[in-house]
Ligand binder design. Structure first.
Ligand SMILES: Nc1ncnc2c1ncn2[C@@H]1O[C@H](COP(=O)(O)OP(=O)(O)OP(=O)(O)O)[C@@H](O)[C@H]1O
Ligand SMILES: [Mg+2]
Length: 392
């Protein structure tokens, strides 16, 4: 079990901070009757939004029905998911509480229907409903807001996070320097989930943790850099700011490219802007391949300008919202197969020099036949010897 789940609060008194939000939530729950507003809890990631709703259900003995906003793609999906239970009072069963989590996670055109459906549910529900979001001013939530009582949950304090980590470290029997806890806490920026995850990464490695062990968390740190760069690109209208955004990023350009690619549609909402941004990106891609093809590194500057400035200027106005930029899945894939791929490229290159053609041609035109021929043991052995290649 991950430490985040192990130390997930089950009652209000286990929740760190958030006293005000809990009180408001309780008062709302006590006074709720059909026709009342839903509650919209909002705040940064990992501050306890989902946790306090679960704690409320525990404390009041409620049957908590949790849904993620992405289940609300269409009215039919909702029917299938909850059917009539929303509109039926629970007479013989435990009282119900509905949680629609991460409503700002709804993305794209198809979800317009989802927003309408959520409003219908709020209006017709015989049970209290809580919604959570990171950014309540998200454009898509505009029509939902009037049906909700908004409650802000604050970012957790760095000191509090540090103390919380101290307690977990103690329970896990870790010996850890206070300075390390301090760094983890401040790096988390009040996101307790990520702080606990960091501690777990270190704690699973060794019971005794010193300053120098922090380097194994380097990954997350570098991620913050890329997050900042993405924020600069997506939130600015200034060409200069966008261009400078990559200066501090220690990732190769191709990786940055995929980060931007993966997050355009997370940030921009207008299809025209999204199209423009992708257009700029496709041109950047073209320049990047020319850099490699012609070994002309001057061209790289154009790729950078298009990726940063081109994407930044694709929007009319910056979106005033918090976007959780996500890790591009194809990089994860590239990383995983990196070793394999470079081996394969080497082998292809070798064959290419023997066959006097490009790697691409080897792959497309020779490899299929070689694979068939390689089934004959004598041929394979001779080829391997000739190429000094390994089995792979
Ligand atoms: N206030 C808190 N008190 C105790 N633990 C917390 C608190 N906030 C977060 N956590 C820890 O972080 C984990 C995630 O918390 P939670 O699911 O409530 O985050 P959230 O605010 O809903 O974030 P998101 O916006 O990402 O959904 C919990 O399992 C818990 O371990
Ligand atoms: Mg949550």
């Amino acid at each position: 079990m991950s430490w985040v789940s192990r130390y997930r609060p089950r009652s209000f008194k286990e929740v760190l901070d958030q006293k005000e939000a809990i009180e408001t939530l309780m008062a709302w729950y006590k006074n709720w009757k059909p026709g009342s507003k839903a509650m919209l809890l909002y705040g940064p990631p990992g501050c306890g939004k989902t946790v306090i709703v679960e704690a409320l259900a525990q404390e009041e003995g409620l049957d908590l029905i949790e849904m993620n906003a992405s289940d609300f793609r269409s009215a039919e999906a909702i029917e299938a998911r909850i059917g009539r239970s929303m509109a039926q009072a629970s007479i013989f069963q435990r009282p119900k509480l509905f949680l629609i989590d991460e409503v700002d996670g709804l993305a794209g055109e198809e979800d317009r229907g989802g927003v309408g459906a959520i409003i219908q549910i709020i209006k017709g529900s015989k049970h209290p409903i809580v919604l959570t979001a990171n950014d309540p001013y998200n454009e898509r939530l505009r029509t939902i807001r009037p049906y909700c009582q908004l409650v802000r949950m604050r970012r957790l304090g760095i000191r509090d996070v540090q103390r919380y980590l101290e307690r977990i470290a103690e329970l896990e029997g870790l010996s850890i320097d206070e300075s390390v806890l301090k760094i983890i806490a401040s790096r988390s920026q009040g996101d307790l989930r990520s702080a606990i995850n960091d501690l777990e990464v270190l704690g699973r490695g060794s019971r005794i943790i010193r300053d120098e062990d922090l380097s194994s968390l380097g990954f997350r740190e570098r991620q913050t850099d890329i997050f900042e760069a993405l924020q600069a690109i997506f939130k600015t209208k200034s060409l200069m700011t966008a261009k400078l955004s990559l200066n501090e990023v220690d990732k190769d350009l191709e990786e940055v490219f995929w980060w931007i690619e993966n997050n355009i549609a997370e940030e921009y909402e207008d299809p025209l802007e999204i199209a423009k941004a992708f257009d700029a990106l496709s041109k950047a891609d073209l320049f990047m391949s020319r850099v490699i093809f012609r070994q002309n590194w001057k061209l790289q500057a154009y790729a950078v300008d298009l990726m940063t400035g081109g994407v930044a200027l694709a929007k009319r106005e910056p979106y005033r919202k918090f976007t959780r930029y996500t890790y591009p899945s194809n990089i994860a894939l590239l990383g995983r197969t990196k070793g394999e791929r470079s081996e394969a490229l080497k082998a292809l290159g070798k064959l290419g020099s023997i066959l006097h053609c490009s790697r691409r041609k080897v792959r497309a035109e020779f490899l299929p036949y070689l694979k068939i021929m390689a089934k004959r043991p004598d041929f394979k052995e001779r080829l391997d010897a000739f190429m000094e290649a390994s089995e792979d």
